[in-house]
Ligand binder design. Structure first.
Ligand code: SF4
Ligand code: ZN
Length: 760
């Protein structure tokens, strides 16, 4: 450990703790000790403080012992005459820095100073832009600030399945705007989540990217925290919550949380530009989590001593990096970061003229940036994947039938059909819809292309930037050919793509596709639990929630919503030793509650003995466990003799007196909790939805976002249940937020649950 780094980190920590003390005492004087403090939309209070100390901070006054503890962690700056191993002291200083930084941000929140205002700043994120009717955008002139629990959970599945290999916290300012863009693009290309913060002499990488028109926000995996170093604390709050949310660790288990991050979260810090005392101190904080720091300036290095997997701090002076120009140097720098942290990345080799990677999946093409669209309000686009015999498919052949979009005026639209033929010895007809659904993700991976919907309601946009770079209709075919081979190579040997814009052929194929969609719908409706003799396990989430198993049946999909029975079946074909294994049902022990010898045996093995029995159809008896990425939480409301269903997107208060975020802490962690379950939203419409407890009629309260987005599906369920108006009898957060109000509502609306037999 270099004395130089230790000295500067200790000095930085000292200064920051002092600053936090001053800010806090001023706030206590001005606002009072009882003033509430919190970060928005999280159940984890101030997450780093919660994780490291176990203290739940709710008021300004609660911060006093924290900052005292931070002060106690500080050490005197090492004397020049003395030689000691400084690692312990440096790490302590780092921890003090984190506690002080989070304290400062919390006080700023109390003053309304976070998220940091930035006039004219446009954040790309949220779920507002998902249909042709809704072109809303978030232009509120603020940076993002801390990541909320909703986003953390929805990224969860990508973190566990490896699509998102890790995260980078960039602190400072790049050599030039072009270098800033290149670094971020290189990270996006590898699907690495990127947090942006800090500045050098007032100029931040956030400014640089904003000037270059780079879309920042949740949608593009690049989250602007703040333009100072202190906001880097949000990255460590994110890391801490990963351990609490997915790892089943409890607040205060600081050692375990730090180890969890070291072993499972592939993150690193990239310091751009001059490193000041505060940055050294923050770096020391990150090293506690096992996250190495790579700097693009000259700093005396410290040697590996085992806190991080490889080196702690690596200096890679930008101008000394080999490369023919700055852009190549930027690429090398990112490469080095990945090596130092040992991040496992998978880059798709897709031959298109725009950047490509999952980080671009959520990217939005706004009307003003639009070159041409297919589908949406003014035209029809569809996509149709079919299996064919091996000799009927020419691998790699891409045909465009009809005119391209060169004659379409700017922002215009045209009809298009994407026909994909696949052949393979392991291919089955049942896999057609599984593969077809991938078109959405594959096409969306191209920067400047937006894909929404599926089947004959697909809606695809090409931006001006992408069109200018040469993105053409043929590019869709190239993407699909490459990605189907890459991701489904085990079942797909040949892929051929035809893009149709010619009107007669378009109509003809649309008709054929619709016949196939209908056929598939019927097949899916017929596919019930009692028609198969095996279910599938999913243990994908065990990399984060070690004892959780999803048991996936035709009528109950995985709680993340991403894996249904067919997906699991396909996945098993692709990877026979992977996370989806067939569970032979064997003897049925109870058909009402859904017990089989096979599912019980598997639950026992898969959960490493934590779960003995699992009921497929009951929330009250041995309900299925949950990791952390459930789409909804179903929870018993005893007074109402029914259950409420809370959506991950709902941030409001529920009749249980808890928000989704708080409830999630009860539901997750791989434990069986009777009366509480995390589920995928499509399980709600299954005939097997808590069928042992009375089924859908038990739902007394449901987040309005679910009612709205799944209206048609729920209407059909209400018909099925013999109560067509049932949906209107179910309360939501717009009218009911307490148990008392709920009971009054149920009474007034004559909800069936009131007359059903007691739930327990
Ligand atoms: Fe995780 Fe279950 Fe989804 Fe599999 S199905 S990814 S275990 S939540
Ligand atoms: Zn999960």
């Amino acid at each position: 450990m270099s004395r130089y780094i230790a000295t500067r980190a200790m000095r930085g920590a000292n200064a920051l703790v002092t600053e936090a003390e001053l800010m806090l005492s001023r706030a206590l004087k001005e606002k009072g000790a009882d003033t509430p403090v919190s970060f928005p939309n999280t159940a984890y209070y101030l997450p780093t403080i919660l994780g490291m100390t176990g203290k739940t901070i709710e008021k300004l006054g609660d911060l006093q012992p924290i900052i005292k503890y931070a002060r106690d962690l500080l050490h005197p700056i090492p004397a020049f005459s003395k030689w000691t191993p400084y690692l312990g002291e440096t790490l302590d200083s780092g921890m003090a820095t984190l506690l002080a930084a989070e304290t400062i941000e919390a006080v700023r929140f109390a003053y309304g100073l976070q998220p940091e205002p930035m006039p004219g700043f446009k954040l790309s994120g949220g779920t507002s832009f998902t249909s042709p009717e809704n072109e809303g955008e978030n232009l509120d002139g603020h940076l993002n600030g801390p990541i909320d629990d909703i986003q953390l959970r929805s990224w969860g599945i990508q973190l566990v399945d490896g699509r998102m290999p890790g995260f980078a916290a960039i602190v400072g300012c790049a050599k030039s705007n072009a270098v800033a863009v290149k670094i971020v693009r290189e990270l996006q290309r590898r699907n690495i989540l990127t947090f942006l913060c800090g500045n050098v002499n007032g100029r931040s990488i956030i400014h640089q990217l904003q000037e270059e028109g780079v879309e920042l926000g949740y949608n593009t995996f690049t989250v602007p925290f703040g333009t100072d170093t202190i906001s880097a604390i949000y990255a460590l709050g994110f890391a801490t919550r990963s351990a609490l949310t997915f790892g089943g660790l409890k607040p205060g288990m600081s050692r375990e949380i730090l180890l969890y991050n070291k072993e499972r979260v592939f993150a690193f810090v990239l310091a751009l530009g001059e490193v000041d005392d505060l940055k050294y101190a923050a770096a020391a904080g990150a090293i506690n989590f096992g996250f190495p720091v790579i700097a693009d300036t000259v700093i005396p290095e410290i040697l590996p001593t085992g806190v991080t997997t490889y080196e702690h701090v690596v200096s890679m002076p930008f101008n000394a990096i080999e490369g023919k120009d700055d852009l190549e140097r930027a690429e090398q720098l990112v490469q080095k970061c990945i090596e130092v942290r040992g991040v496992k990345v998978k880059v798709s080799n897709v031959d298109v003229p725009v950047p490509y990677g999952s980080a671009f999946e959520g990217e939005v093409v706004r009307k003003t940036d639009l070159r041409v669209e297919f589908g949406g309000k003014h035209s029809r686009a569809f996509e149709f994947l079919q299996m064919a015999k091996l000799d009927e498919v020419t691998d790699g052949k891409i045909d465009v039938v009809g005119s391209d979009f060169s004659s379409i005026p700017p922002q215009g639209s045209m009809d298009m059909g994407i026909i994909i033929k696949v052949a393979g010895r392991q291919m089955q007809q049942d896999f057609e819809p599984v593969l077809e659904r991938q078109v959405h993700y594959f096409v969306n991976g191209a920067s400047g292309i937006q894909h929404v919907g599926q089947r004959d309601i697909a809606w695809i946009r090409i931006s001006n930037a992408a069109a200018d770079k040469g993105f053409s209709l043929e590019s869709f075919g190239k993407i699909l050919h490459a990605r189907f081979h890459e991701d489904f190579g085990a079942i797909v040997d040949k892929v051929q793509v035809t893009i149709i814009t010619e009107p007669t052929l378009h109509a003809e194929w649309l008709e054929k596709a619709r016949v196939a969609y209908d056929f598939r719908n019927k097949r899916l409706a017929d596919l019930t639990d009692n028609k198969v003799d095996e279910f599938y396990s999913c243990t994908l989430c065990q990399s984060f929630a070690p004892n959780h198993v999803c048991v996936v049946s035709p009528e109950r999909l995985g709680l993340c919503g991403a894996y249904n029975w067919l997906d699991c079946k396909a996945s098993f074909s692709i990877n026979p030793t992977g996370p989806n294994q067939p569970i032979k049902l064997g003897k049925q022990l109870d058909d009402r509650k859904g017990y089989w010898q096979g599912t019980n045996d598997y639950a026992n093995i898969g959960s490493h003995g934590v779960v003995q029995e699992v009921s497929m159809y009951s929330i009250m008896e041995n309900p299925m466990t949950a990791c952390g990425c459930f789409e909804c939480i179903v929870m018993l409301i005893p007074e109402a003799n029914g259950v409420m269903v809370v959506s991950r997107e709902d941030t409001s208060m529920t009749p249980a007196g808890m928000t989704f975020s708080t409830l999630a802490g009860v539901a997750g962690g791989g434990m069986q909790t009777p009366g509480v379950m995390g589920v995928g939203k499509f399980y709600l419409i299954s005939p097997k939805f808590i069928s042992a407890d009375g089924g859908f009629k038990r739902v007394v309260w449901m987040s309005s976002v679910l009612k709205q987005t799944m209206q048609d599906e729920f209407k059909a369920v209400c018909e099925r249940e013999g109560d067509p108006d049932l949906l209107d009898r179910i309360a939501d957060e717009r009218n009911v937020t307490t148990v008392e109000d709920l009971l009054a509502w149920l009474e007034a609306h004559n909800h069936p649950a009131m007359a059903m037999e007691p739930m327990f």
